[in-house]
Ligand binder design. Structure first.
Ligand SMILES: Nc1ncnc2c1ncn2[C@@H]1O[C@H](COP(=O)(O)OP(=O)(O)OP(=O)(O)O)[C@@H](O)[C@H]1O
Length: 575
């Protein structure tokens, strides 16, 4: 199916609104033409009658003028209201489809797309699709219907004129803009690609502003951004120039239609075969027809950029999620024993498997630390436990049930993770705290906050839970953000808690205090600690040593300290 067809079928649920907008807009445009034409006829006829000393019936044309004026004004108002309604409904449909398509893809299947790129698809690209309906479908339909009515009316009056006007208006109003639309294709596609690229670069630049400034790379980055903006501007100017050329063509075609009318009708007026007032009526009507065609050039020159945006959106919708809920999910098991059986994960383009035939039991309530050098496979293991991805082979089970037989929502009510860089919403701190448990009672919040040692932080903040924090929690220190994330995880009530490098970036004392707070409080919970630091290992039932995706050793800390060089090394690096 072509991109345009597919796009149009996306708007099918709103077809009724779009059709209504087209009918009303056509009526308003025709009323405007009728108003000018009738006024022209009326004034000329009155003048001629005055000169000849005759009286004419002016009630009918006056009533017609009033009717056309009312239809024109009312029609334009109704058209705005209805086209906005249609547009907003369309946007809702398109954005909901995009969100629905995107959600199951995150995070396993969107790793190749940066945040900036995804945001562009959700905003700028979606807005351009809206323009397809607002700027292409509607104006083109109105122009076609209006020109058809003009030609039909002229055919009743003077068939030869109808033919000449048809050729002129179709050439100037549709053929020329279509050619210009083809010429605008490369620039239109550049606009879409360049907008996405620019947004991606800008997002990356803002995210990495400090290192860019500190390494002196900011100037080069600014220059690159400037070049991208210049390229975007050049492409936009090209499209605008083609659009303006099309508008000049439309105006010229209306003028040429007037010339054709003069050439063909003046002889008829001279011979008395046509009233002089009818000539004025036709000329003014044809001049007004330019309004119906005015939006066509912009529509056709803007379409390549919109189609390029549509292709970017369909590229998301066409992705098959590698992790999805089963058609018939099983109810959650009572037990929260976790087991990985012979699991293997091999990322594309990686020389070796990241997890290579790994088997591990994590009984409910146990405390297990998974240690290993960078790249050993700890985060991949966590991703499997949370079912952010599925193993290429092998099985992960919760209470004996394969995770693939449970819904992801159910699974995440049992297992939750505190990440290395927790996500903090921009807004009141309470929003971030209650993210996973919006209905938590004050007592529950207080208990979780206390257990995570976040109560002291809250007490220090002037507005407590109402304190505004930034997207990356900029107004909180690294340790405070980590405590907030732990409190949030505890608040969900999930019986399995995964801590991913909870002490990363913290001083050893803060790290120890934070891990102690969680472990001392959470007697019932399973705690899985992923780390390459020694803090907290002494409180773990078992330490699993991972290397190159395999378990190379496991046991209680004292045993490993006696025999495992990697674990010994962890403690030797202590200050
Ligand atoms: N999304 C991915 N795509 C491709 N390769 C990946 C991906 N995620 C991880 N890897 C690779 O898999 C291996 C294991 O990575 P993983 O992040 O699981 O290790 P880790 O022990 O958590 O490391 P760290 O302590 O540095 O976070 C590494 O070689 C890494 O490059």
């Amino acid at each position: 199916m072509s991109t345009l067809w597919r796009l149009l079928s996306l708007g099918r649920p709103q077809a009724g609104w779009i059709a209504l907008s087209i009918v009303i807009s056509t009526a308003a445009t025709l009323a405007n033409i009728g108003l000018l034409a009738t006024s022209g006829w009326f004034i000329t006829a009155m003048g001629l009658a005055g000169v000849a000393g005759l009286t004419i019936n002016y009630f009918t044309p006056a009533a017609l003028i009033r009717m056309f004026a009312i239809i024109r004004t009312g029609g334009r108002y109704a058209d705005r209201v209805i086209s906005h309604e249609a547009t907003l409904r369309l946007l809702t449909t398109i954005r909901s489809r995009l969100f629905a398509g995107l959600e199951p893809l995150v995070p396993a299947d969107t790793g190749d797309l940066g945040t900036g790129d995804l945001v562009t698809r959700l905003t700028k690209d979606t807005d351009r699709l809206e323009l397809v309906f607002l700027r292409l479908v509607s104006p083109l339909s109105v122009a076609v219907l209006t020109v058809a009515v003009i030609i039909a009316v002229l055919a009743l009056l003077v068939p030869a004129l109808a033919l000449a006007v048809a050729v002129i208006l179709i050439a100037g109003g549709f053929v020329l803009p279509a050619i210009l639309g083809q010429l605008a294709r490369p620039a239109g596609e550049t606009i879409t690609a360049q907008t996405a690229e620019l947004r991606r670069e800008l997002t990356e630049t803002f995210d990495g502003l400090s290192p860019l400034l500190m390494t002196g790379a900011a100037a080069a980055r600014t220059q690159r951004l400037q070049q991208q903006m210049d390229a975007l501007l050049t492409a936009e100017q090209q499209v605008a120039r083609l659009g303006l050329t099309g508008q000049a063509g439309v105006a010229l075609s209306a003028d040429l239609a007037v010339v054709a009318a003069m050439v063909l009708l003046i002889p008829l007026v001279a011979t008395g075969a046509l009233e002089g007032a009818s000539l004025t009526m036709v000329v003014l009507g044809l001049l007004a027809s330019a309004e119906a065609l005015a939006a066509v050039p912009d529509a056709l020159t803007g379409i390549p950029a919109a189609l390029a945006s549509a292709r970017r959106i369909f590229a998301i919708l066409d992705r098959t999620p590698s992790v999805c809920d089963p058609a018939q999910p099983l109810p959650l098991p009572a037990s929260t024993d976790l087991r990985l059986s012979d699991v293997r994960v091999h990322y594309p383009d990686q020389g070796r498997a990241s997890l290579d035939g790994l088997t591990l039991d994590i009984p409910a309530g146990s405390r297990v630390a998974i240690v290993g050098e960078s790249g050993a496979g700890k985060s991949t293991l966590a991703a499997l436990l949370l079912r952010l991805r599925d193993p290429d082979s092998g099985q992960v089970t919760l209470g004996g049930l394969d995770l693939r037989s449970l819904t992801q929502d159910d699974l995440h009510s049992r297992i939750t993770m505190v990440r290395q860089s927790p996500y903090i919403l921009s807004g009141p701190l309470a929003d971030s705290l209650r993210l996973g448990a919006p209905d938590a009672t004050t007592e529950q919040v207080q208990a979780a906050v206390k257990a995570a040692g976040f109560d002291r932080v809250l007490a220090r903040l002037p507005d407590g839970e109402k304190t505004m924090v930034g997207t990356a929690g900029q107004t909180l220190s690294g340790g405070e953000v980590r405590r907030l994330a732990i409190a949030r995880a505890l608040l969900t009530g999930a019986p399995v808690l995964l801590l991913d490098e909870p002490g990363e970036g913290l001083d050893p004392l803060t790290e120890q205090a934070m891990i102690d707070a969680v472990l001392d409080e959470q007697r019932q919970r399973t705690v899985i600690l992923l780390t390459h630091r020694p803090t907290g290992l002494e409180k773990m039932d078992r330490i699993i040593v991972l290397s190159a995706g395999r378990i190379v050793d496991s046991g209680p800390l004292p045993e490993l300290l006696a025999r495992n060089a990697y674990v010994q090394g962890l403690f030797e690096t202590l200050p």
